[in-house]
Design a protein around this ligand. Sequence first.
Ligand code: NAG
Ligand code: NAG
Length: 273
Amino acid sequence: MHNFIPSLLGAFGVFTTTLAQVSTPPGASTALDRIANANKPTFADVRESVAKQYEEEGPLPTEKYFHESRFHHHYDDRFANSTLPEEQVIPHLIALVQAYLKTMRAIGAETWIMHGTLLAWWWNQKIFPWDNDLDVQVTEPTIHFLADYHNFTDHHFEIPGVDGGRTYLLEINPNHVVKTTEDWLNVIDGRWIDKSSGLFIDITAVRPDVAKRASGHPEALMCKDKHRYKESDIFPLRNSYFEGVPVRIPYNYAGVLREEYGSRSLTNTEFWG
Ligand SMILES: *[C@@H]1O[C@H](CO)[C@@H](O)[C@H](O)[C@H]1NC(C)=O
Ligand SMILES: *[C@@H]1O[C@H](CO)[C@@H](O)[C@H](O)[C@H]1NC(C)=O
């Protein structure tokens, strides 16, 4: 392999020079360069859908769609009446996020990790041992896709060591069409819920920040939970792994984490002792 690469480059170089001598004056791009560049769109060219505009629909909701349980705010009480024993929480969260990432990939829904989950990725590509929630984001077109085609669907997974496997519910908040941050009761656009334990992942949609765009910030993005980003903070998404399965992460992950948690969060190896 070592010898092959230089010889291949050498052959390519000779070919380029020959073409250049025939078809272009000195200093101009070669025919090969032109062919290569002609078919190479920039990221902005192909990434029009992120800024796709959806109309605000419906009046400001007066009720919360997703209810946190009476016993713990990270459990859905339609599926549980108590928290899991502590040693079972992390194994359940691992299976939960693996199933989510695999399902989104399988149905072609673009998603990435954010907030504490992204910070945990930064350190270990794993969930923090003390975590009990997970956060992911999608674009506005994707939340519409999930609402229109996959709302309230069950997804069953066989899990090693878990008798009968587990079933996960994808549920989209009907108020995802209300875009304003004034809808503070419905800042969570969707949930991926473990029906065996009530544990869930919050899904929030990232939308064009129309007001900020109008005042000269063409890349401005926002979520209903008031987090704000630039398109270039998130896109193009990078490929990595989380808990051993493929995941997408924001392009400027270090900047996004510094902004949310401070620079020390990327270097400080102690947390609450
Ligand atoms: C939780 O407890 C209530 C009241 O006892 C019961 O009606 C409900 O079915 C229980 N839910 C689950 C998921 O076990
Ligand atoms: C999803 O389905 C649930 C259960 O039928 C429903 O309450 C909710 O409004 C639906 N969400 C959307 C976006 O249609």
